[in-house]
Ligand binder design. Structure first.
Ligand code: AMP
Ligand code: ZN
Length: 493
């Protein structure tokens, strides 16, 4: 019997504002779409948080035995600077500034995205479609919306008619806004604006002669509006109704609101059954964002090369830090928070590693079956990873008491504890053991000895910055240097 039949998962649906029992459209199968990155720059840690929240959700759904089709797109066209309706395409702008082909920009940052996600031990999505690979599908949706009279063409561009749509639908229902208030709070259109109303949004934009990213369409050469790609790709791969649509909170409006409007206009109903929004990673209390410069790159964390950091942190430590907060809560990044997470992560991993060698007794002093269900209850309550982690530490406490001989555990319970800990720590939270991937021990010893030598030379030259960097970066990889009378030795944990 698949696990989901005995567990009752509740999901907070941003559309209803309530936790709802999760019942997929087709029993045993889940269709999940998550808005992917706009690949015009390196992903910052804030972006990673949103994708990591959905990686954890994907992992837990799979763990429950669902067959999940997880679609996460790559936005490689149509996303204009400042998320505005006018202005330059983010990718085209980067290409112009760096004298590259737009597709070179796309390739560079898609590779960066994948490399970083791999370091964080993400599971790849089932399908990773691109906006430029779905221009035909987007044009077809525009044709339908035009036929329904809910969009208008002007000067080679097509705009969604929000006021007309709102006559029979409710624009703003996801973000809790009312069209009248939006109208009251927006400026008048400029004379050069071609839209009927500031709330209208582009489905297709005419490409000016200098615009390089262009495709032919019934309305002339142009490019699709940003919101349209997600409607096209989600429904193409998951159907006109699917289970979960996710993204960062900042995408609720206008992006997801516009997606709902487009889908309702073309299919007559909203395609999404559960809308899920992940909250923001902040730094110094402010949203981490590319545009404001208030951001940190994952690579800077892995090397410690950022002034806010006292040392380097391993990807799993950062992952653990993220998982200590609920995905709908704001999380603030700081050096102290990472140091605390590192301690917690080390304690957890030590306990997982000692589990196998625990001596067993005739009976258990710790009710593993009850504890196991508490772990599931935490995750069933809208993926509450901080509560799950609190239960994992409850187990750590018992593991240490058993190790000391102050408590006992039966052989059956020990197996159950080991299997459950490993399932939650590795499969669900996606943490990795320190030093994973460094399996060639001879080569590893050679490389570490060389680094120890270089560190000694640096210290002899009073170059403490280099010597500390070598020690810290090795520590981030799970290699601890220990200075003693006989020289420096190392341990791999
Ligand atoms: P973008 O590449 O700008 O389209 O953003 C990719 C994803 O990162 C979106 O789901 C955003 O909501 C998300 N995102 C952007 N900034 C942050 C942040 N500071 N914390 C969490 N998620 C973020
Ligand atoms: Zn999207």
């Amino acid at each position: 019997m698949p696990l989901y039949q005995s567990q009752s998962l509740q999901i907070y649906n941003s559309l209803s504002g309530k936790k709802e029992p999760f019942e997929p459209l087709n029993e045993g199968y889940v269709g999940m779409y998550v808005c992917g990155p706009t690949v015009y720059s390196n992903v910052h840690l804030g972006n990673c948080r949103t994708f990591m929240s959905f990686d954890m959700i994907f992992r837990y759904l799979r763990h429950l035995g669902y067959k999940v089709r997880y679609v996460r797109n790559i936005t490689d066209a149509g996303h204009l600077v400042d998320d505005a309706e006018d202005g330059e395409d983010k990718i085209a702008k980067k290409a112009r500034l760096e004298k590259l082909e737009p597709m070179e920009v796309v390739q560079r940052y898609t590779v960066d995205f994948h490399t970083i996600l791999e370091k964080f031990n993400f599971l790849p999505p089932s399908i990773e479609p691109t906006a430029t690979g779905h221009i035909i599908e987007q044009i077809e949706i525009i044709k339908v919306i035009l036929e329904k009279g809910l969009a208008y063409e002007i000067n080679g561009s097509v705009y969604f008619d929000v006021a007309k749509f709102n006559e029979h639908h409710s624009y703003g229902k996801l973000s809790g806004r009312k069209l009248e208030d939006m109208i009251a709070n927006t400026r008048e259109l400029n004379a050069q604006d071609e839209k009927k109303s500031p709330q209208d949004f582009a489905l297709w934009k005419k490409a000016e002669p200098q615009h390089i990213m262009r495709w032919p369409s019934p309305w002339g050469d142009g490019f699709p509006g940003w919101h349209l790609e997600c409607t096209a790709m989600s429904t193409k791969y998951l159907g006109e109704t699917f289970d979960i649509h996710g993204g960062g909170m900042d995408l609720k409006f206008p992006h997801h609101e516009c997606e709902i409007a487009q889908a309702e206009a073309s299919y007559g109903h909203s395609p999404v059954r559960y809308w899920m929004h992940a909250n923001m990673l902040t730094m110094n209390g402010k949203k981490m964002a590319k545009s404001t410069g208030n951001n940190i790159l994952p690579g800077e964390i892995f090397t410690g090369e950022n002034s806010i950091l006292s040392k380097a942190f391993a990807p799993s430590v950062v992952r653990f830090f993220m998982m200590q907060a609920h995905y709908t809560s704001i999380l603030d990044l700081s050096n102290d928070a990472l140091l605390a997470s590192e301690k917690g992560y080390n304690r957890l991993m030590e306990a997982v590693d000692t589990l196998g060698s625990l001596e067993t007794a005739s009976k258990s002093d710790f009710d593993v079956t009850v504890w196991k269900q508490q772990c599931y209850d935490a995750m069933n309550d809208d993926f509450n990873t901080p509560i799950l982690i609190a239960h994992l530490f409850e187990a750590v406490k018992h593991i240490n008491l058993i190790k000391e001989g102050s408590e006992g555990i039966s052989a059956t319970d020990k197996e159950l504890l080991k299997d459950t800990m490993e399932a939650f720590v590795f499969d669900v939270l996606g943490l990795e053991r320190k030093g994973d991937g460094t399996d060639d021990s001879n080569m590893l010893s050679g490389v570490v000895e060389l680094l120890i030598q270089l560190r000694m030379e640096a210290r002899a030259n009073k170059d403490f910055a280099t010597s500390d960097k070598i020690r810290d970066q090795l520590a981030a990889l799970g290699i601890q240097l220990k200075d003693g009378k006989e020289g420096t030795t190392f341990t791999v944990s």
